[in-house]
Ligand binder design. Structure first.
Ligand code: MG
Length: 282
């Protein structure tokens, strides 16, 4: 029997090298446990328009460009109903523009109140550096806001090699553009060697859309939405109920791994290294 090799077999090329870069989100991932800073200010700009919104409503679109985020809040049916009750008309793009204009200075004014690094960040970054990984970062924040975060992070010892925000690309999350800009800036290849870490669903998708591995942080960010003290004070069964809700949601969005916070990253990185060596792809 004779095989016609060129017709009967195909050959797959697979990357078996190491992780080359890890790209971290900012709020809720490396700093600002609970992702509080943006949520507080979204509530404030709607309050100024006479329409009170809850923190839960403010958090639904988290991760998006902040102006897009304000527009998405106005599309939440409960918010829209209250808006119409109060203003007699539906919210317009002019309203969104006005709220965004207010959002920027209000956000910049309070960012430093919420800029403490999340426990484990410096230890995980140090281990990543020991392994030779480059460190990138992305954020839904605009450049002026990011500059404040970067300065506060630097004071606490965290300096990523690259940072791109929603103002630096044509399209923010869930598009992979910010991750791809990091990849260019960090000069790493291929995309399978890149891991993206984020506390929001859209931020997980950003990494997947760029072609890399996606890690979801269930507890330290937007999905629980409480500060560290409050989380620590919760009874164990309440904590577990949050995990039971958030872990499957993040897996369903395509996360390869879901963990509580950045502090749990090292075993994830070990596992990705092992999978790459076996020829697995994200
Ligand atoms: Mg975040």
């Amino acid at each position: 029997m004779q095989f016609t090799h060129e017709r009967e077999f195909t050959y797959n090329r697979s990357y078996r090298g190491p992780i080359r870069a890890v790209i971290f989100d900012w709020a809720g991932t490396t700093m600002d446990f609970g992702c509080m800073a943006p949520a507080v200010v979204f509530c404030k700009v709607f309050e100024e328009k006479g329409v009170a919104i809850s923190m839960e409503e403010a958090r639904i679109p988290m991760g998006a460009h902040k102006k897009v985020h304000i527009g998405l809040i106005t599309e939440i049916p409960s918010v829209r109903r209250r808006w119409v009750d109060i203003h007699g008309t539906e919210p317009t793009s002019k309203d969104v523009d006005e709220m965004f204009e207010r959002f920027v200075p209000l956000q910049e004014a309070c960012l430093s109140e919420y800029s403490t690094l999340i426990p484990g960040t410096n230890e995980v970054i140090a281990e990543c550096r020991k392994r030779g990984y480059k460190i990138g970062s992305t954020s839904g924040y605009l450049p002026g806001m990011l500059a404040i975060n970067q300065a506060d992070a630097e004071k606490q010892g965290y300096i990523p090699d690259a940072t791109f925000g929603a103002g630096d690309v044509p399209r923010g999350r869930p598009y992979g553009h910010m991750v791809l800009r990091n990849i260019l800036e960090l000069d790493v290849s291929p995309v399978q060697s890149v891991v993206k870490v984020d506390d929001t669903l859209t931020g997980i998708e950003e990494g997947l859309n760029a072609g890399g591995w996606g890690v979801g942080l269930a507890i330290s960010g937007n999905e629980v939405g409480v500060q560290l003290d409050e989380w620590n004070a919760m009874p164990e069964d309440v904590k577990q109920a949050h995990r039971d809700r958030i872990y499957p949601t993040m897996y369903q969005r395509g996360a390869h791994y879901v963990i509580d916070s950045i502090a749990d990253m090292i075993p994830v990185l070990d596992d990705i290294e092992a999978r790459l060596k076996r020829g697995e792809k994200p």
